[in-house]
Each structure stands twice: as structure tokens, then as C-alpha cells.
Design a protein around this ligand. Structure first.
Ligand code: PMP
Length: 360
């Protein structure tokens, strides 16, 4: 049976990226040696690193004045690395979910943290709109897509101070005006590759701007020391996830880039949200205007709660994988990342319709 992968991350990847990774593990770049066995100093690998950075720059239209690099530790490491590098006195955070809350928690080790607004009162089912960004803060931190709750900031906001964004779960899903941000970071394991690599896009004037003494690995300047020695590879890069990222971004480029991804993502999300709104068995959890294109969260309609397990098994029997909602929301979550084909969304919609007919 065909499986439809709706996992929230790690998640479905473009088939061609997976296939070329398999081949590269056998024989990297015609060297007769596998990707996992080469030195990261070989010219073939240096080319992959350079091309990967170039793909990021091209796809996101990243201006010259930004550094792009790839490190380990996941987005969770950035939660403390951001304030270690950028927090001098006070930082401001928008609390739109537990990832945002965790980011703010780590910042408190380095200085004052102001939570400018939070949607915790309604289990993060919306994005707060009424708030003032304190101009005396060193930066304002946002989470553009809240993976667990299925809410998303649909625009690049105007910010009077340095804007820092965790884009772990919506990077490369739409065009982004990078110039509005001081820094963008995220774990790769949704739209850009497997787990094990973290992307960092940072305006160069923010590198080495910390007044505190930092350990080398924590200091962003280490990973992009100067123009001449960019891609420093200060330590061994996670070659496998970077390779898959390279192949994944090549696929994004071949399909036409982020405008095309955005169009496809809007179509897929609309298909599923329309069904949720139409189908008497289900209701969406996020407020409509903040609904995420990446993570679609829904629960059984009032009075139908007892059918939750039955639907879960019903969907499983029809090939749906990874649709269980996060424990803090319950119900279901279908993640529709770039590589999730429309055909999978159509299969889920058909399954929801079939389930409704069964219970009429
Ligand atoms: N931020 C967001 C929005 C996430 O969805 C996640 C989980 N994938 C994280 C941060 C944490 O990422 P990691 O597991 O790479 O530390």
C-alpha cells in the first residue's frame, strides 16, 4: 500500500534527494569512496558546501551582507546561541508556542527577557497581533511557524530593532524578505533536509558583536570568520545532512523556486482546510487567519470525540502516516511540507470523506 507521510519533522523528503544520497553513500562524486567515508577537506566536498550556500542565497535571495552557514546542535542550540551572541541588556520575545517559550527560557540565562505578547491563554491557537516591540531591546525574537499548534505568521513583519526568526518549520515554503531580519535560523528536518544540521543566516555586522567572552563554538564569528575564510568549517560539518540539503534545494530550484513552492503549499493547505471546514466530523484548532500552510491541526467535532481512535486507525489502514496530533493539542496534525505531494493531501481528504459517509 502506498504510504502518505504527514510527519511533522523529520518528514517526507523529495524522492530524488533520497535516491542521490543513497548513491553518494555508495560512491561520492565518482571518487569510488562513499560520502560517509570521505574527508570534508576534499575538493568535491568543498564544492558541495559552496553550492549549498549558493542555493540558499539564490532561492531566498539572500543579500551579500548576510553570512550563511551550517552548524550542528539543532534549533534548540540556537535558543541559547542567539542570546549568547546578541543579548547585551534585554531581548524581546513573542510567545506563540512551546518552541518560542523554550527560546525565551534560554535567553534568560543571558539577560532580561520581555515577553511582548503570548497566546498561551488559548493554548497557542492564534498569533497575538496587539503588542509593542520595545525599542530598547537588543532584538525581537519570533517563531514564524508554530509546528505543534498549526499557526503561522504569514508576513515578514516590520520591526524597529533587530528581528531574529526561528524558521525551522516554514523556511523555503514561501519567499522571504531576508532584509527585514537580522538573523534567521532553524533545524533542517522539515523543508530542507534530514535532522542533524542547522542553518544560520545572519547579517554580517552582527557577527562578533557580543561584549561577552564566548566559547569558540558558540561565537557566530567562528563559523564565518571573515570574507576570505568564509565556510571556515571550524569543526567537521555534518556532511550527510548537508548533502541531502544540497539535493533537496536543487529539487526546489528545479521546480521553479519559492514562488512555486508557495503556490503549491497554498493549494495543498486550502484543499485540507476546506475539507475540515466542510466535514461534519472534524474541526480545525487554529484561528482561521493564522492557519499554517505547513502543519494542519484538527480534532473531532464536538460530540464526535469518541471516534478519534477509530478515525486514526481508519486513516492508518489507508496508508496515512504521522497524523497523530502533538500531545498538547490532541487530535490530528497533517504536515504538508514542500515534499508532501498534493496526491497525499487528496488521499487524506478522500479518507475523511469516506469516514464521514460511514457515520452518516
Ligand atoms: N523550533 C521549531 C519551530 C520547531 O518545530 C522545532 C522542532 N522541530 C524546534 C525549534 C526544535 O528544533 P530541534 O529539534 O532542531 O532542536
Amino acid at each position: 500500500m502506498k504510504k502518505h507521510n504527514f510527519n511533522a519533522g523529520p518528514c517526507v523528503l523529495p524522492r530524488q534527494a533520497v535516491e542521490s544520497a543513497i548513491e553518494a553513500i555508495r560512491d561520492f562524486d565518482g571518487t569510488g569512496i562513499g560520502l560517509l567515508e570521505i574527508s570534508h577537506r576534499t575538493p568535491g566536498w568543498e564544492r558541495i558546501m559552496a553550492e549549498t550556500e549558493q542555493l540558499w542565497r539564490e532561492l531566498l535571495n539572500i543579500p551579500e551582507e548576510y553570512a550563511v552557514f551550517f552548524v550542528g546542535g539543532g534549533a534548540s542550540t540556537q535558543f541559547f546561541q542567539v542570546p549568547a551572541n546578541l543579548l547585551k541588556g534585554k531581548a524581546a520575545y513573542l510567545q506563540t508556542g512551546v518552541w518560542a517559550k523554550k527560546a525565551a527560557k534560554e535567553a534568560k540565562y543571558y539577560g532580561d527577557v520581555e515577553i511582548v505578547a503570548s497566546s498561551e491563554d488559548k493554548n497557542y491557537t492564534y498569533i497575538p497581533k496587539e503588542y509593542t516591540i520595545p525599542t530598547d531591546a537588543d532584538y525581537f525574537h519570533i517563531t514564524t511557524n508554530n509546528t505543534i499548534y498549526g499557526t503561522e505568521l504569514h508576513e515578514d513583519i516590520d520591526c524597529p530593532i533587530t528581528l531574529v526568526a526561528d524558521m525551522s518549520s516554514d523556511i523555503m515554503s514561501r519567499p522571504v524578505d531576508v532584509k527585514k531580519y537580522g538573523m534567521i535560523y532553524g533545524g533542517a528536518q522539515k523543508n530542507v533536509g534530514p535532522a542533524g544540521v542547522t542553518f544560520v543566516i545572519i547579517r554580517k555586522d552582527l557577527l562578533g558583536s557580543s561584549e561577552r567572552k564566548l566559547q569558540s563554538m558558540v561565537d557566530y564569528a567562528t563559523h564565518y570568520p571573515d570574507e576570505a575564510r568564509n565556510r571556515s568549517m571550524y569543526n567537521t560539518p555534518p556532511v550527510f545532512p548537508i548533502f541531502v540539503m544540497h539535493e533537496t534545494l536543487k529539487w526546489v530550484k528545479e521546480l521553479g523556486g519559492l514562488e512555486v513552492m508557495y503556490k503549491m503549499n497554498k493549494e495543498k493547505a486550502e484543499l485540507l482546510y476546506n475539507e475540515i471546514d466542510r466535514n461534519s466530523m472534524f474541526v480545525g484548532t487554529a484561528v482561521k487567519e493564522d492557519r499554517s500552510l505547513m502543519n494542519v491541526c484538527f480534532v473531532m467535532a464536538p460530540g464526535k470525540e469518541d471516534l478519534q481512535d477509530e478515525f486514526f486507525n481508519f486513516a492508518k489502514e489507508r496508508g496515512m502516516v504521522g497524523i497523530k496530533g502533538h500531545r498538547s493539542v490532541g487530535g490530528f496534525r497533517a504536515s504538508l511540507y514542500n515534499a508532501c505531494p498534493k496526491e497525499s493531501v487528496e488521499a487524506l481528504v478522500a479518507c475523511m470523506q469516506e469516514f464521514e459517509n460511514l457515520h452518516k
